[in-house]
Design a protein. Sequence first.
Length: 317
Amino acid sequence: MNLSWMALCALVFAPQAPEPAPHEDEIELGGGRLVRGVIVKETGEQLFVDLGPTIVALPRASVVAVRRNVDPTAPALDETPLASGSLFTRARRGELSVRENVERVGSGVVLIKVPGALGSGLVISAEGHVLTNAHVIQGERNVSVTLFLKQGSELSKKQIERVEIQAVNPYWDLALLKLPAKELEGVELVPLPFARFDELRVGETVFAIGNPLGLERSVSEGIVSTKNRANNGMLYVQTTAAVNPGNSGGPLFNLKGEVVGVVSWCYLFNEGLNFAIPITTVEAFLQNRDAFQFDKDNPNSGHLYLAPPRKGAKSQD
């Protein structure tokens, strides 16, 4: 047999390399359970997932999040502290819809109350550290936090009183609170991971969760208008995601469910002009929190002092 014929036979009958397995969808269920397969059909009530040997129907009420077309060779997600004492974490996550993200991160957003006012905040550690705006708690010592705890497909409220103020920076408009350890027994907190700010892009979709005007757990969606808007010597993320009084101190998320900023202020009666403190400023505040440690005797942190009367002005009783 001549060599050219043998070479041709080897090409024709050589075993073919197997095709790579298609990427699968990941469906996250309550209790940390995970289902991997290909979503072949969706209805308002169920997801139908092809597992290979069979197709299963999953009730939407039991689904926490869906990650589509996941590369099986990609490294697993991780949410670990960056360094000892840093308080905040980062994560490697795929993008989800706003609805799916709300299921994933919503219980990390809290309601903050002080006498005569309220605002929003975010849980940043499993030990009970909560971040908010300084102006939400400025001049107050009686601070309470309401947690929204997920139990299956339902949410329950837990109000915690006598919350400790640990650090305040009025110029950056940030405050760090600590929930009492005894109040957290049996409670599983959901710390919210921080985004990598250099990956944030103008035009990117973002969303806010907060308590505007006391309307608990309101969600608004928009885009990043600019990531470095200057105002009074500070830089802010400008967004079209609607915010109102009561949103202050709440998180602004990207579609990975990562915090890109902390909602701070808006132009009232001007739609689409809303501003959040960049996550880089938040990180600097947390990493230097000892410098901003709360002291009840320090007029810059916690007590509101009245301005002295002008020279020559008559005092009023």
